[in-house]
Design a protein around this ligand. Structure first.
Ligand code: MG
Length: 156
């Protein structure tokens, strides 16, 4: 078995869509980034890459590469899940925490799990938690959103 850990954060900016786990969440701002800035997908992707021992998300999808401009992050996650299979592993479990002061993410958790099932992580193999940062720091000031993920890979 292999475990992996991932963290990501993105700035909130005007004129961007807020995409979390492949779900568009209605809000006055969105996350800024080279890709769609899907902070949850990036944390999960990095956790899985970590468990595979294959570096990090920036190594596989460099933001200097125009190929990944406005990339749909669920597609990046799909690609990494293909690497999981090619390396002879399966995703046994993923646990995640999204930290956002606003908007409330909890009402969208079921939709996010459903969306992520399209990447190849079954809804029964992933847990998603959402919390605020109690008004503290960059998240508390509404400057950005962060996500943490851990995963367990099992050798098939
Ligand atoms: Mg990111």
């Amino acid at each position: 078995m292999r475990i992996g850990f991932g963290y990501d954060s993105h700035r909130l900016a005007e004129g961007r869509r807020l995409i979390i786990g492949g779900v568009q969440i209605p809000f006055e701002k969105g996350l800024a980034g080279h890709s769609d800035a899907d902070v949850l997908c990036h944390a999960i992707t990095d956790a899985i890459i970590g468990a595979l021992g294959l570096g990090d998300i920036g190594k596989h999808f460099p933001d200097s590469d125009p190929q990944w401009k406005d990339a749909v992050s669920t597609e990046l996650l799909k690609y990494i899940l293909e690497l999981v299979r090619m390396n002879g592993y399966s995703v046994a479990w993923v646990d995640t925490t999204i930290i956002a002061e606003r908007p409330k993410i909890a009402p969208f958790i079921d939709a996010i799990r459903e969306s992520l099932s399209g990447t190849g992580i079954p809804p029964g193999n992933i847990n998603i938690k959402a919390k605020t940062n109690e008004g503290m720091g960059f998240i508390g000031r509404g400057e950005g959103i962060a996500a943490y993920a851990v995963c367990l890979l099992e050798k098939i």
